[in-house]
Design a protein around this ligand. Structure first.
Ligand code: ZN
Length: 137
């Protein structure tokens, strides 16, 4: 009997992230298919070596959305590469509404802060330009 499972399905199995009946289906297949067991063992070894797919990372983190600090760093582009990839996946692909709202809010805040800096700079240049003009007279 040949069992065919998608890699994503096996990954989810390793994460125990499948519905109970699917977990049981794979467990049963594992018992009478040594090839499948080998496939799963290889997959597990690769994961231990740190080669996680984004999907696997997401499943592991799915209960915890990135923190507001992490989202802020993501917007500033100062987040570590792996975490930034995760945030992107979480927001773009998974489309977490909570984090999207959080990001939009943070973006508005940052735009506002930028505006304050810009106008302060403008005022400074205007006053120093005025000062120079007065001195030249
Ligand atoms: Zn989220």
């Amino acid at each position: 009997m040949i069992h065919r499972f998608a890699q994503a399905e096996l990954e989810a199995y390793l994460d125990e992230a499948l519905p109970a009946e699917d977990m049981a289906r794979i467990e049963k297949a594992l018992r009478d298919d040594p090839k499948l067991a080998g496939q799963l063992a290889a997959l597990n070894t690769r994961r231990d070596a740190g080669l996680h797919s984004l999907g696997a990372i997401w499943r592991r983190h799915r209960l915890s959305c990135p923190s507001r600090e992490q989202l802020g760093s993501y917007l500033l582009g100062t987040l570590a590469r792996e975490m930034a990839d995760y945030v992107e996946f979480h927001v773009q692909v998974v489309g977490c509404r909570f984090c999207r709202a959080n990001l939009a809010d943070l973006e508005a805040q940052q735009a506002e802060a930028d505006e304050v800096v810009q106008s302060r700079r403008r005022k400074y240049f205007q006053s120093s330009a005025g000062y120079l003009r007065r001195r030249r007279r």
